[in-house]
Design a protein around this ligand. Structure first.
Ligand code: NAP
Length: 437
């Protein structure tokens, strides 16, 4: 059992919330002490949100030295997160759509281990670029000063790279903001340090539409891509909070003249035609299975935003290739999102018995499972769901004009949302993750 699942179990048994960030040195002793103190405090606890706005700062030492766009076309890309789901597709698409050399920053004890990890991930996601001579590797860690890269290699990156695609992050709905900040927020400032050292670089930051899910957002007003800074209160979890801050730092950097873009994709699905590669440990797959197991679906009045990985990755690379993109934000959203209740219809058509119920009733039924909750696919997200309110599932209405323009220019087309969900279900059945109706 993973630590997150263990803490979900503690929550289920004792009704006490222990965040992963709250455990500095997870030992039985520490946990017992924490449970004791929390039991005394039960009822008196006040939920506080971190002060996110105070972390949206540009280092005063940091100066944009050149407003000129970096190399066009780019000759050398630094890619972070290359071992991840989106990162492997981005690497493959950069190689396919540009002639640039690509250096991947990878967490590993040494070069050989990094090469092996990247090779294994590329094979896992079905990419045929293993052993490609244009791919170089540098070991590092986004959470460390100077990205955990040795001095000589850092100087080489500063000198040689003209384009940074910062995709690496801890994508985790369970950890709190403070735990995620070193990777998801501080890495952005470190990347800006690098971008302003050596030769001028453009920076492309992979954010998320999820950072727009504030409860303070006015409803019914589409969020514009190049619009003003966004509301921060009431974001659903530490992950969205960390991405909100990182996105804000990037926005400030753009305003101070850095040639950069921010790409905010919706939640990612597997490949468009087959649904293949959907991540079964992710929220989309788990909420689908968890609701099927429960026999009910939360009838929230909202649209669902999902996009296939093999639409998002090429689109991001096309955005990064265009000098006209610099200085802009891109909402990578489905042009025709569907209402959440239509998802229930799709699942019913696939043969699953599912009734739409109010959000409160859905949550109650999940929490009432008692010890059997461990068998539900949503179990790892229980701590997160405990705090979830109906409006947290409410997708903001987003305007995606900038992204749509690039997508049209390079002929990228995405299938209707219902087809994407049908293929997701078929794929999850084919892997055995869903047992079938
Ligand atoms: N998945 C989605 O639905 C979605 C939606 C919108 C936006 N995004 C954004 O897209 C990006 C990629 O997401 P994903 O789904 O591909 O996530 P993922 O599969 O979990 O990949 C995360 C990547 O970041 C790397 N990373 C994490 N911590 C690191 C550290 N301390 N130092 C160096 N590298 C580190 C991971 O390396 P290791 O292999 O070493 O762990 C991995 O390569 C993220 O920025 C995320 O916010 C994702």
């Amino acid at each position: 059992m993973g630590l997150a699942e263990f803490l979900a179990l503690i929550h289920e048994r004792f009704q006490i919330e222990v965040s992963l960030g709250g455990l500095t040195n997870p030992s039985v002793e520490e946990l017992a002490g924490l449970l004791n103190s929390r039991q005394h405090l039960a009822g008196a606890r006040v939920e506080t949100e971190p002060d996110l706005a105070k972390d949206v700062v540009l280092d005063p030492r940091w100066k944009v030295r050149s407003l000129a766009p970096a190399g066009t076309p780019s000759r050398h890309v630094l890619l972070t997160g290359a071992t991840g789901f989106l990162g492997t597709f981005l690497l493959s698409e950069v190689l396919r759509r540009t002639d640039a050399e690509v250096t991947c920053l990878i967490r590993a004890p040494h070069q050989k281990a990094a090469e092996a990890r990247l090779g294994a991930r590329l094979r896992r996601y079905g990419h045929e670029v293993v052993g490609e001579p244009r791919v170089h590797i540098v070991t590092g860690d986004l959470a460390e000063p100077r990205l955990g890269v040795g001095d000589r290699q850092y100087s080489a990156l500063a000198r040689e790279v003209d384009n940074v695609v910062h995709c690496g992050a801890r994508v985790n709905f369970v950890y709190d903001y403070d735990s995620l900040k070193p990777v998801n927020v501080d890495s952005v400032s470190r990347m800006l340090d690098l971008a302003t050292s050596g030769q001028p670089k453009s920076v492309h930051f992979i954010s998320t539409l999820g950072m727009l899910m504030s409860t303070d957002r006015p409803r019914g007003v589409p969020v514009l891509e190049d619009g003003p800074p966004d509301c921060e209160r009431g974001l659903p979890n530490g992950y969205e909070q960390s991405k909100w801050v990182a996105d804000g730092i990037m926005k400030a950097a753009i305003e101070s003249g850095l040639p950069a873009t921010i790409c905010r994709p919706s939640m990612l699905l597997g490949e468009m035609q087959t649904g293949r590669l959907a991540k079964t440990n992710e929220f989309v797959a788990r909420i689908t299975k968890g609701c099927i197991q429960l026999g009910c679906w939360p009838a929230v009045d909202t649209v669902v935003q999902l996009l296939p990985i093999d639409y998002v990755a090429p689109l991001i690379v096309e955005i990064t290739k265009r000098p006209a993109s610099l200085g802009h934000v891109f909402h990578l959203a489905h042009e025709k999102p569907i209402h959440m209740l239509r998802v229930v219809e799709v699942l019913r058509r696939a043969g699953y018995r599912l009734e739409p119920v109010s959000f409160g009733e859905w949550k109650k039924r999940l929490m009432r499972l008692g010890p059997r909750v461990q068998e539900n696919a949503l179990f790892p997200f229980l701590g997160f769901i405990h705090h979830l309110e109906e409006w947290h599932l409410s997708m903001p209405d987003v305007d995606g004009t900038n992204a749509k323009r690039v997508s049209a220019e390079c002929g990228l087309i995405v299938d209707p949302m219902e087809s994407l969900i049908e293929r997701l279900v078929a794929y999850l059945e084919s892997t055995g993750f869903l047992a079938g109706p």
